[in-house]
Design a protein. Structure first.
Lengths: 405, 405
């Protein structure tokens, strides 16, 4: 047999530039995580690998602050984590109250609808947290709602919602709760058991600073019972938790082959979770707050205004308004080309109007804050804005040395 | 806020043993692929990354031997590739003729049913290829079938089916064809355009010798038209090709964010596809055949019998019967513990009865064949079987030196 399509020419091994990642994710990986990623692949049923999977479950329970037996990493990006929650918990005809205050609430609505459910949408302005009063009203108006779904940390705006309050409202009404913690896990408190949340999903490439492509999730016993008593089969073979768990949670120690796990990515996740455990969750949260305060002090000195009001602001995702008269795409392009610095653009109604600066996981460190402030001041000055680089760096420094008011 | 679940102790950075992977996948990764995997992450919308994605599409068209515009890598394991094909092409009420001659045909049936379709099942014995006459009969008996689905290379048995003939039968009847090429791509000819197949999916961790977790797929124009004229939305947000392609195939060059791509895994895929292009498909196929012949010569000398008859045998997946009286699990355990050699067990009706030896991608090389024959002869001798190690190694050597009959 011979080939018909000739071998393409002019393509060489790819040259990857070294970037500093201060966008909405992926974040910089710690060298230890990179080293773990590059270990040789072993079989996904190898005893050494199976032990690592067990350890990942234990480490994820710590990260999620839960005793939930069903805590593991879905073999796909955060959006597969989201879909795994909805495809297992929503059946045709189910009603779900979904809060939308950014991109990801909109994606939740799509999920509910595609699995045959009805979404009752609670709208809040992009940049605002979810309003608990609106949620209480919606749950009261729809006593037949099966679940409440909301985004804890909206990556598209940098707003954090009051998960404890929202989950509490769902619990009062006997509703399940589905929580997007993609950008919060490891950066701000995700307290699964304290909140009594039912299904939470996250992503590996944000505050865990791991390779993109894994979605940690955790399900309460209530959520598991809901999956087990479904009227219909889950409309996905790959995401059916009943099947996946025969591999991840071996009843009687006998694992059933489900799919070939992304072995190397799981090495990296294990290492990033070990590092989080070693640092301690409270220290990790404090670190994100510290670098956020330094970045904010510098932004204040540069005259940049935050999209989100202070009390709802995520330290790990800083969205600021683009100053009037500035070509925002040109600024991002210059930051990338001259400083190898990636920052994020706005999405949806915020497209062209905001920049998003991530301080996630290993990216949340003083070098990055200083580099970012200096580079941004230079580029803004080049665009004719009065940007006092010295003042910005001094303001950040004052936070680090504790001299800030 | 304080944590309630204490940090788990007793878990250290994981130690990954160096294994030689001769199971059904993952296969050994080439050091160049490992090096690519470990490059620093960059943003999934970075110009350097976007260029790499374009190159991956071109390289995949070569690997799949197709001009199909829709050729890219799904961000998930091979099973997500399978599900992406079925969830996009099957709508409620559709009838699909599915061939089952191993595990993966059974998974296809699950896919059809979970998306509301009806599967007309054509059964063949495990270890046999799909019988084209049975398929012709089924298509004749079900003129309303929308698609024919079959596994080109059954990883659970090592049987290869005649894809050209089967796709031809589907074309005659005006049916779409969905082909599982997870284990064949890069190992035996996958000739998408020559066959005129409509949807083919594969996996990264078999004959491409890349990291597990990506699923290359290709869709013909006919298949794309079928997706575009669906009556209902695809019941998956993540796998909806209409959405995914706004990221992978930028109309007008403007990419829309869909999900965070598994950046590092795609570096590795790019490198493995560059290596395949450099070797040349025909040389890669010939290499798999050569090492299969050497392994087979050794197995013959050890008295091991193949599950699949010669003309349907996959060179990259060698399933042999476990000799009578042998504790097959003990043999695999000893190979793993003493020789760091992973081989595969049997699945389904073949569980406990066969071993599966993979010779996939970088695993298909003489060191592996020799190590495997020597180790197996030792372990079998330890179990009281007459296993002439010298004869096995000499037989393999004769193939390599061209002295075999």
């Amino acid at each position: 047999m011979t080939t018909r399509i000739p071998a393409p020419q002019g393509i060489a091994s790819c040259k990857i530039p070294a970037r500093i990642l201060m966008g909405p994710g992926p974040s910089d990986m710690h060298p230890r995580v990179v080293a773990a990623l590059g270990k040789p692949a072993i079989g996904h049923l190898d005893p050494a690998f199976v032990q690592m999977m067990e350890e990942i479950k234990v480490l994820l329970r710590y990260a999620f602050q839960t005793g939930n037996s069903l805590s593991f990493a879905v073999s796909g990006p955060g959006s597969v984590g989201m879909e795994t929650c909805f495809v297992n918990l929503v059946e045709p005809g189910d009603k779900v109250v979904v809060c939308r205050n950014g991109v990801f609430g909109g994606r939740m609505i799509e999920n509910v609808q595609r699995f045959g459910g009805t979404a009752v949408v609670v709208e809040d302005t992009w940049g605002e947290p979810v309003d608990p009063q609106k949620v209480a009203d919606a749950l009261k108006a729809h006593p037949d709602a099966k679940a409440l779904a909301f985004v804890h940390a909206e990556t598209s705006t940098g707003a954090q919602s009051d998960a404890a309050a929202l989950v509490g409202l769902a619990r009062e009404r006997g509703c399940l709760s589905i929580v997007d913690a993609v950008t919060s896990l490891g950066g701000t408190p995700v307290l699964t058991d304290e909140w009594a949340a039912d299904a939470i999903y996250s992503g590996s490439q944000k505050c865990l600073s791991c390779v993109p492509g894994l979605a940690p999730i955790t399900f309460s016993e209530r959520a598991v019972a809901c999956v087990r008593t479904r009227r219909q089969k889950v409309p996905s073979w790959f995401m059916d938790l009943g099947l996946v768990l025969e591999y991840w949670s071996a009843p009687g120690g006998k694992r059933t082959y489900h799919h070939t796990a992304p072995v190397n990515s799981l090495y990296a996740l294990h290492e990033s979770l070990v590092m989080l455990r070693d640092e301690g969750l409270e220290n990790a949260w404090a670190r994100h707050r510290l670098h956020h305060r330094a970045l904010k002090a510098g932004f204040d000195a540069l005259g940049l205004r935050f999209v989100v009001r202070e009390e709802a602001r995520l330290p790990q995702l800083n969205a600021v308004h683009v100053p009037t008269g500035i070509d925002e795409a040109a600024v991002r392009k210059q930051l990338l080309e001259r400083y190898q610095l990636e920052i994020g653009a706005g999405l949806g109604p915020l497209a062209g109007k905001v920049w998003r600066f991530g301080l996630m996981g290993y990216s949340a460190r003083a070098e990055n804050v200083n580099l970012c402030l200096g580079a941004l001041a230079d580029v803004l000055s080049g665009q004719g804005i009065q940007a006092d680089k010295g003042a910005a760096l001094a303001a950040a420094q004052a936070v680090y040395t504790g001299n800030q008011a």
